[in-house]
Design a protein. Structure first.
Length: 333
C-alpha cells in the first residue's frame, strides 16, 4: 500500500524528533523540473513541462552500530508522495552488515550520466521489502537477500503468501592512482518481480514458473573519462506469462555509455538495446547524448536527446523511429 501524503509528512516529523543527536542526522534532497518534446513511432508529437522529481532523504546514525535511512519521493504523473526507501542497517563488524526494510535490491547497477533512466533499469530494477546480509573487504563486496515480492507461481494457492524470492550480488573494485574499475555480477531467483516486467506480464500477480535473471556491469573511470557497460537478461518466460513472436520471451537489455567531465559540466553519449522486450513497451534500440552544466552552486541545467527505433512489424512493432528531447533544471542539497 502506498503511503499517503499526510503519513509521509508525519514520518518527516517523526524523523526530525527522533532521539538521535542533531549532528548525527543528515538531510539531503533534489528537485528536478523537466520540459520534454517527443515524437513517437507514429510521428505523433507531444510536449510537456513537469515536476519530474522531488526527493527528500534523511539518514541518521542511531549509535555506533545502527543507522536509519529514509527517502520520500514524488514524481509528477507517476509516483505520488510516498516512502520510496526505509531501512535499518546494523554493522555486525569485520565487514559484515545486516539491512532490513524497503530498498532497491542489488540487482543491476544502473549508473548513468543521462537524464533518462537506462533500458537496463527499465528491465531489472526492483524495489522490495527485504532482509539483506552484506560483506565488504579490500575492494570485494557481496550480498544475499530474501523477500516476499508481488508475484507467485500459479500452482501456489493465493493464501500461501510467503518469502520465496532471493538473490545474490558480487563485485570487486580495483583502484589505482590512474583509474578505478568496478566489476559486478548479480543473480535474482525471479526477475519477473522487477518493477518493469511485472507491469508487462499477462497476469501481474502470478507466473506459470518463476524466471531467474542475471545482471553484469563494469564501470571504468580515468581522470575525466567514465565508461559504463551493463547487461541484464532473463531466462525464458512461459508463453502464457510474457510472449515474443508467439513463444516464451527471453528478455534482455544492454547499455554502453561514455562520458567526459569538464569544468562544472559533463557530456555523455550512449547506445542501448533490448531483445524480445516488445511486450514491455521498450524500444529495440536507443541512441542518446546529453550535456549538463552547473550554472550555479548545486544548480544544474541539462539537455538530452534520445533517438529510439521500434521493433519491426514482423516482431509485433511498427518498425518506426521516435525521438525525445529533454531540458532539465535541477537543484540538490
Amino acid at each position: 500500500m502506498k503511503t499517503t501524503k499526510c503519513s509521509s509528512l508525519a514520518l518527516i516529523a517523526l524523523a526530525m524528533t527522533a532521539p538521535a543527536h542533531a549532528s548525527d542526522i543528515v538531510i539531503s534532497g533534489a528537485i528536478e523540473v523537466e520540459a520534454g518534446f517527443s515524437s513517437d513511432f507514429q510521428d505523433l508529437k507531444t510536449s510537456d513541462i513537469s515536476l519530474a522529481t522531488v526527493e527528500l532523504g534523511i539518514d541518521s546514525q542511531i549509535n555506533d552500530r545502527v543507522s536509519g535511512h529514509l527517502v520520500l519521493l514524488h514524481e509528477e504523473d507517476d509516483t505520488p508522495l510516498e516512502v520510496d526507501e526505509g531501512t535499518i542497517s546494523i554493522d555486525m563488524t569485520n565487514g559484515w552488515s545486516l539491512t532490513a526494510g524497503q530498498m532497491y535490491i542489488p540487482f543491476g547497477d544502473y549508473e548513468s550520466h543521462m537524464i533518462s533512466d537506462p533500458l537496463t533499469l527499465a528491465l531489472g530494477e526492483a524495489r522490495e521489502s527485504a532482509v539483506l546480509v552484506g560483506y565488504e573487504t579490500n575492494g570485494f563486496y557481496a550480498s544475499a537477500y530474501v523477500f516476499n515480492g508481488d508475484t507467485r507461481e500459479a500452482s501456489t494457492p493465493a493464501a500461501e503468501d510467503s518469502i520465496e524470492h532471493s538473490g545474490l550480488s558480487f563485485g570487486y573494485v580495483i583502484e589505482t592512482d590512474d583509474y578505478s574499475l568496478d566489476l559486478g555480477l548479480d543473480y535474482i531467483s525471479n526477475i519477473g518481480d522487477s518493477d518493469g516486467i511485472t507491469e508487462g506480464l499477462a497476469s501481474p500477480s502470478t507466473l506459470v514458473d518463476f524466471v531467474s535473471g542475471t545482471a553484469l556491469h563494469a564501470i571504468y573511470n580515468r581522470d575525466a573519462l567514465s565508461v559504463i557497460f551493463e547487461y541484464v537478461a532473463s531466462d525464458e518466460f512461459d508463453v502464457a506469462d510474457l510472449a515474443f513472436n508467439a513463444q516464451g520471451a527471453t528478455v534482455s537489455a544492454f547499455n554502453i555509455e561514455a562520458s567526459y567531465g569538464f569544468d562544472r559540466g559533463t557530456a555523455a553519449i550512449g547506445y542501448q538495446t533490448t531483445e524480445e522486450a516488445f511486450a514491455l513497451g521498450l524500444p529495440e534500440t536507443r541512441i542518446l547524448f546529453s550535456i549538463s552544466h552547473e550554472i550555479f552552486e548545486n544548480t544544474t541545467l541539462s539537455y538530452e536527446h534520445a533517438m529510439d527505433e521500434d521493433y519491426s512489424d514482423t516482431d509485433g512493432g511498427s518498425g518506426g523511429d521516435g525521438s525525445t528531447s529533454t531540458i532539465q533544471l535541477s537543484v540538490s542539497f
